[in-house]
Design a protein around this ligand. Structure first.
Ligand code: SF4
Ligand code: SF4
Length: 298
């Protein structure tokens, strides 16, 4: 079983459209893969918008703890408010409460309360789902706005995708990674066999791609790169391709800007199934062929 992760140095490169196309080609292409799909972009999960999955089960994702004051035990001394460095304890007419958004979960107030009136309570900070899509099972999640721990949630989504692939004897886990860098990207990359970085031909395109490459290099994951919407700024595409050549990164193709991609998204379909002969579909098919050749031998 192989794990392929699709990354981009920043958001808005069209990474999810590329992943959705691969999900379709993996299921129906000339060399079909039995795939499990994982949407690791838990802060803005949108693979489901293209794959229209049917949710089979959902579970709470529990993140950090916050302090909760028991009003019946509290004597209103105000010590908790004095010790809280996050200004999370609110007072109104000698009644003390904790602002769940401001609370950092440090538990200092719990130790200082003379009445034992405060306890730490685990928070439900998101949901994760196991779904069925027309291109295979999909593991995805939704982190509530303002919540942290997205790295932990990505790890959970990936773990379940991997377990399902093993149980069901599937060949491939296809991961739509989070954009940018940081904890969730590290979680998405770890354990991958192959990473495809989807770059965008902007003035910061090389810089953005390098950020993603730093993470894949750190984990020793073989990395390839392609440019999406390549013809909107040919000079930027050429710079990205040249950088790849100089750095020993295999460059696997330029995907042209194509209105069919947007139309397909609106229809909730990957472009490769919506308009198989469009310029973007043909380019994506070529990139996919290269990837499957490498995955087959990896
Ligand atoms: S320290 Fe304890 S008793 Fe004092 S105000 Fe806070 S919760 Fe109430
Ligand atoms: S747990 Fe820490 S941050 Fe939260 S209310 Fe208590 S002292 Fe403040």
């Amino acid at each position: 079983m192989k794990q392929l992760v699709i990354l981009s140095g920043k958001g808005g490169t069209g990474k999810t459209s590329v992943t959705a196309a691969f999900a379709h080609l993996a299921a129906e292409g000339p060399h079909p893969f039995k795939t499990v799909l994982a949407d690791a972009d838990v802060d803005a999960a949108n693979l489901e918008l293209v794959l229209a999955p049917q949710v089979l089960s959902s579970e709470d994702f529990r993140g950090g703890q916050i302090a909760v004051i028991d009003p019946d035990t509290c004597e209103g001394c105000g010590i908790c408010q004095q010790v809280c460095r996050f200004e999370a304890v609110l007072e109104s007419g000698f009644t003390y409460t904790v602002d769940p958004i401001a609370c950092d979960g440090c538990a200092a107030c719990v130790y200082q309360c003379p009445e034992d009136a405060i306890e730490m309570v685990e928070q439900v900070v998101g949901q994760w789902y196991r779904s069925d899509s027309r291109f295979g099972p999909l593991l995805h999640a939704n982190l509530y706005p303002g919540q942290e721990n997205s790295g932990k949630l990505v790890t959970l989504v990936k773990q379940h995708a991997r377990l399902l692939a093993l149980d069901d004897d599937r060949d491939l886990v296809l991961v739509d990674g989070p954009p940018g860098i940081g904890c969730p990207v590290i979680s998405a990359v770890s354990g991958a066999d192959l990473a495809l970085i989807v770059a965008e031909p902007t003035v910061s395109g090389v810089h953005d791609m390098r950020r993603a490459l730093e993470t894949t290099r750190h984990f020793g994951v073989q990395s390839l790169a392609c440019v999406n919407k390549a013809d909107i700024y040919p000079q930027g595409s050429a710079e990205i391709e040249a950088y790849c050549r100089e750095s020993g990164i295999e460059f696997v193709g330029q995907i042209p800007y194509d209105i069919s991609v947007t139309e397909a998204m609106v229809q909730g379909e990957p472009v490769t199934s919506y308009r198989p002969d469009s310029a973007a579909s043909l380019a994506l098919r070529q990139v996919w062929e290269t990837l499957t050749g490498i995955l087959g031998g990896a």
